[in-house]
Design a protein around this ligand. Structure first.
Ligand SMILES: Cc1cc2nc3c(=O)[nH]c(=O)nc-3n(C[C@H](O)[C@H](O)[C@H](O)COP(=O)(O)OP(=O)(O)OC[C@H]3O[C@@H](n4cnc5c(N)ncnc54)[C@H](O)[C@@H]3O)c2cc1C
Length: 352
């Protein structure tokens, strides 16, 4: 059989697969996206935070500028097409935990790469609501993505194009040769596995050094007295547009069940939240899922070393909302146009 014109099978409708499908739609390339419709996945549970200055080291997140600009354009364009809002730029206040962190921040804040992300004014938090509201800084170009609304409305759109199917795809049922791929009686030019942490068990990708982490996020009831910004000291607190709040999140590197957190992790998170808030709060729900993380990598993508029609996009870690729009475009340009992959992200360069 000859080489067919592009028609791409995407497996997984998380943040990775959804961005891939949109990129193909934008280029008018036909696709089928298949998802097994689990109720708790990393993308459905995620808070969707997009934050420039992160972590204990207080540094600007890897290539933030490039990813953020692309994410902004991408989510706005998708939202416009779907007539739905799910991307919300937001102020983000990071409160410093202790003297060591304050000292570190005084050094860091002068770094030239920080400047575009620093708000000039001090955050001025309400001392009736927040414990120790001083010693913080406000970040610019932060946002949050309502992942459920984005995923749901995108799924409905792909369904309306006859480009969506619900199925649990078995690796053995996807047959490939040098010209293309076959699944469920249909031919495709490529398959892209965008299946999150469960790729650990995929027979073609088990060599990828996954180091995925279980994460829990809480739904909280609290009266923040009008505060709309995202707050963070030890944990983050997100006031969502629907009036609910989320707080999180935990990282567990060893776990037995992908949706059951260990009690002590959740208790620590609750205690951190109480140390942030002066006003009473109650936790009304919690959700747990596994973030797909690849050891020492920001993400990996590309085709399999010996199966040229089988591609992969994974390892989005805690940054799927920020990075998936750029990463998806990059992979599609590689598959369709032969554009070279960024060496840091190339699956084949990271073979072990
Ligand atoms: C508690 C928590 C908090 C988080 N907070 C944030 C945050 O604030 N900001 C942020 O950017 N990111 C956050 N993340 C991480 C972010 O969500 C991930 O980067 C992202 O979800 C990864 O998306 P993915 O599409 O690669 O994987 P997934 O979300 O795991 O998507 C994979 C999809 O593929 C499906 N699938 C798998 N195998 C098959 C198969 N064989 N057949 C059919 N379907 C299949 C799954 O059911 C799933 O729907 C958080 C994650 C967690 C767990």
């Amino acid at each position: 059989m000859g080489v067919m014109s592009p028609r791409i099978l995407i497996i997984g409708q998380g943040l990775a697969g959804t961005a891939l499908a949109w990129r193909l739609w934008q280029r008018e390339v036909p696709f089928l996206i298949v998802d097994r419709n689990e109720s708790l996945t990393s993308s459905k549970v995620a808070a969707g935070l997009i934050t420039p200055i992160t972590g204990m080291r207080l540094t600007v997140s890897w290539r933030y500028d490039v990813f953020y600009r692309e994410a902004l354009r991408f989510y706005r364009a998708c939202g416009k097409r779907l007539k739905q809002r799910f991307f919300f730029p937001r102020g983000y206040v990071r409160l410093l935990k202790n003297e060591a962190e304050i000292t570190k921040w005084h050094k860091r804040r002068r770094d030239p790469d920080m400047q575009p992300f620093l708000h000039r004014q001090t955050p001025e938090l309400n001392a009736e609501v927040i414990h120790q509201p001083d010693n913080g800084f406000q970040q610019r170009h932060a946002a949050w993505l309502d992942t459920n609304t984005y995923l749901e409305s995108s799924r409905r759109f792909f369904e309306s194009l006859d480009s969506y199917a619900t199925a649990d795809v078995k690796a053995a049922d996807v047959r490939d040769d040098t010209n293309g791929v076959e699944w469920n009686g249909q031919r495709f030019s490529h398959v892209i596995w965008a299946q999150g942490w469960s790729a650990e068990k995929h027979p073609l990708f088990h060599w990828v050094p996954f180091q995925s982490a279980l994460g829990t996020i809480l739904t909280v009831e609290v009266d923040l007295q009008g505060e709309q910004r995202i707050l963070n000291r030890g944990c983050w607190l997100l006031p969502r547009n629907d009036g609910t709040l989320r707080a999180g999140s935990t990282y567990e590197w060893k776990f037995d069940d992908p949706n059951t957190p260990s009690a002590d992790q959740v208790q620590t998170l609750e205690a951190t939240l109480r140390s942030l808030l002066k006003v009473p709060s109650s936790i009304t729900a919690s959700q747990t899922a596994v973030r797909p993380i690849i050891k020492n990598r920001q993400a990996l993508m590309g085709t399999h070393p010996t199966h040229p029609r089988v591609a992969f996009l994974n390892g989005l870690g805690s940054k799927g909302s920020l990075r998936s729009p750029w990463l998806a475009r990059h992979l599609i340009e590689h598959l369709l146009d032969g554009a070279p992959l960024d060496l840091e992200l190339d699956l084949q360069g990271n073979k072990v």
